[in-house]
Design a protein around this ligand. Structure first.
Ligand code: DX5
Ligand code: ZN
Length: 216
């Protein structure tokens, strides 16, 4: 099956999003990763519902939504109504993570939880059996094109160990600084899903870059 690849739209050409979405549709990408930033949880603002609605209409790939916002529980229903496949909330943004995870599932979406680079994997010990996916940030969230944090490799191994110890089935996703040098090491450490913005969209042939990541 190969590694699951979820290109991040954050590095696309926002003046001509439909061309980039069509490229993703044609490609071997498994999902489309949407980065939603509120300027509060992270020091940047990306895009909101008017854009997401248009993207949802054009994309034939399942939408993998990464919410970098405070109070993400406010918007669960709206993302469900757009047909989103999976909703990713940050551990650091959820006071009642268990409730939020179950609300996401009750609304028919896959539930995922994201950890910032400084949040240890042990914080998920009591929720890992309830989530479909864990996203380990391999840069500080907020911007595309940042440098990979090397400690992430060790963290992926720790996450894999926790999942196995709890007999859980969560996928491990990584996001930030994924390139042809870091991707094989991440996959060897136990990653199931690679998010990639810059490596895909700055490649001379983005479709080929996606294929190459899938073969990692
Ligand atoms: C960062 C976002 C990422 C970002 C990754 O806050 O969550 O999805 O687009 O970009 P690259 O792959 O360029 O590091
Ligand atoms: Zn992301």
């Amino acid at each position: 099956m190969g590694t699951i690849v979820s290109p991040s739209l954050l590095s696309a050409n926002f003046a001509n999003l439909s061309a980039d979405i069509e490229m993703i549709n044609r490609s071997q990408a498994d999902w489309l990763h949407l980065d939603i930033m509120d300027g509060v949880f992270v020091p940047n603002i990306s895009f909101g519902f008017p854009v997401i609605e248009s993207v949802a209409r054009l994309s034939t790939k399942p939408l993998d939504v990464h919410l970098m916002i405070v109070q993400p529980e406010k918007f669960i229903r709206r993302f469900a109504d757009l047909g989103v496949m999976s909703l990713n909330v940050h551990y650091e943004a959820c006071t009642h993570l268990h409730r939020t995870i179950h609300e996401i599932k009750e609304n028919g979406m896959k539930a995922a939880v994201t950890l910032n680079p400084s949040t240890p994997v042990c914080m998920l010990d009591d929720i890992i059996q309830d989530v479909d996916m864990v996203l380990l940030m391999t840069v500080n969230p907020g911007f595309g094109g940042q440098k990979f944090i090397e400690h992430s490799i060790e963290k992926v191994r720790q996450m894999r160990e926790l999942i196995d110890r709890r007999s859980a089935h969560a996928l491990i996703q990584v996001d930030g600084g994924v390139n042809f040098e870091t991707a094989p090491r991440l996959v060897a450490a136990g990653v199931d899903v690679l998010v990639s913005g810059n490596t895909v969209f700055s490649a001379p042939d983005p479709e080929e870059a996606i294929l190459k990541l899938k073969q990692m």
